[in-house]
Design a protein around this ligand. Structure first.
Ligand SMILES: *Cc1c(COP(=O)(O)O)cnc(C)c1O
Length: 392
């Protein structure tokens, strides 16, 4: 294999079970599979999610939902982002459940659903402070009433999104509580008006870790299910820790492992430079390994001269600029590395396929911090060219 991403479906299912155990059996799980399941492959991940007992899936784009339907997925599919009006026929045809932020879009959906003589389930999205999608809190009741009174829409859920739930700063914890209080107040008003809000949900990964009061009827953790904790329980202030003290620390494992192979080995003399810009020069005679993976595969160019790969359980630095399709590794003067040996870009603490067990660990979150981004962007950016290899 030149370059590939191993996707461990059993790990993913274990992560779902871990979340299930944490939130309890009465709370449903929605698995965000937007952006090709954060780069892991939406169809395979969706199937695994349903097998593991997830209730529904979340996409950001109508065509992502359509692809899942084509692949045979029958579970409810929520559409998190605002659709374009031209996509409404597809939403209806593929039975995708859109989030509604305003009356204009609700009216357009209703009109089309009426024409098609169907009842379209929708979720009411309330903006409680993220200031992205959703209607203002004080307009939620009116929008809920409009949906309820429409001929062809059904209010199947009510939702908000949290902007700082993955932060353990006291002010951010307070802000999440403010968002939740606004949300709960709006949901109460809807209920008090005799309108059923449907399934009520708010919690993303950060809230699954830190905010049990956000779990409500359903949780929507994405990055956590793909194996990354963006916040640790113990980071929270003591008074918050007391509130969540019943929870043991949640443990998940990365689902994706990105690897390549040493495609060529060559000697390099002291003073010679490698790759574009001659950005790294050998301080002594050495051996260079070439890997057929570059920024077009999703290895960030910013990781040039700042990351290492693991070959046979040993770490070797990436040297010189990462190019579009290739990068270079300093193997040292007397290397035992052979051509076509496997090189791990990121994975986790155990490398089952490695001949020698490695004590060295490096994951996508660590690579992310080296290039000042988040693990989401690292796994999403593993491009189409990289073959996904599904393992149980
Ligand atoms: C992406 C997304 C999530 C999941 O967020 P994570 O931080 O990955 O848990 C949940 N809800 C909505 C609306 C989203 O867009």
């Amino acid at each position: 294999m030149r370059t590939g991403a191993i996707i461990r479906l059993n790990r993913f299912k274990e992560n779902i079970n871990t979340v299930k155990t944490r939130v309890g059996k009465d709370i449903q799980i929605c698995v965000p599979v937007k952006a090709d399941a954060y780069g892991h492959g939406a169809l395979q991940i969706s199937k695994a999610a349903i097998e593991a007992g997830a209730y529904c899936l979340g996409v950001a784009d109508v065509t992502e939902g359509v692809e899942l339907r084509k692949g045979g997925i029958q579970a409810p599919i929520l559409l998190f982002s605002q659709a374009h009006p031209s996509e409404i026929p597809l939403i209806i045809k593929a039975k995708i459940i859109p989030f509604i932020s305003d009356e204009e879009f609700a009216a357009s959906l209703n009109k089309q659903a009426e024409t098609e003589k169907i009842k379209l389930p929708v979720h009411l999205k309330i903006d409680t402070g993220m200031n992205r999608m959703g209607c203002p809190v004080n307009e939620a009741l009116a929008l809920a009433a409009m949906i309820k009174n429409s001929s062809s829409l059904e209010l199947a859920g009510t939702v908000t999104h949290l902007s700082v739930s993955d932060s353990a700063n006291k002010s951010d914890i307070d802000f999440t509580n403010t968002q939740l209080a606004r949300f709960k107040k709006a949901v109460s008003a809807i209920k008090n008006a005799g309108i059923n809000p449907g399934i009520v949900h708010a919690a993303n990964s950060g809230a699954v870790i830190l905010h049990p009061n956000a779990w409500l009827d359903m949780v929507r953790p994405g990055i956590l299910l793909y194996g990354f904790k963006t916040v640790q329980e113990y980071e929270a202030p003591v008074e918050h820790l007391k509130k969540i003290s019943k929870l043991s620390s949640i443990i998940v494992k990365p689902v994706m492992e990105l690897k390549s192979a040493v495609s060529l080995i060559k000697k390099l003399n002291k003073g010679e430079a490698v790759s574009y810009g001659r950005a790294w020069t050998a301080k002594k005679d050495t051996t260079i390994g070439i890997l057929s993976i570059g920024y077009a595969d999703g290895l960030p160019r910013l990781a040039s001269n700042r990351w290492q790969v693991i070959i046979n359980g040993e770490a070797f630095p990436l040297v010189g600029r990462i190019t579009m399709d290739q990068c270079c590794v300093d193997l040292g003067a007397n290397t035992s590395v052979k051509r076509w040996d496997e090189a791990i870009i990121f994975g986790d603490d155990i490398y089952p396929e490695q001949p020698k067990k490695s004590a060295i660990t490096q994951n996508a979150a660590e690579l992310a911090s080296v290039v000042r981004t988040i693990p989401y962007e690292i796994t999403c950016n593993v491009s189409k060219r990289v073959k996904r290899i599904y393992k149980l």
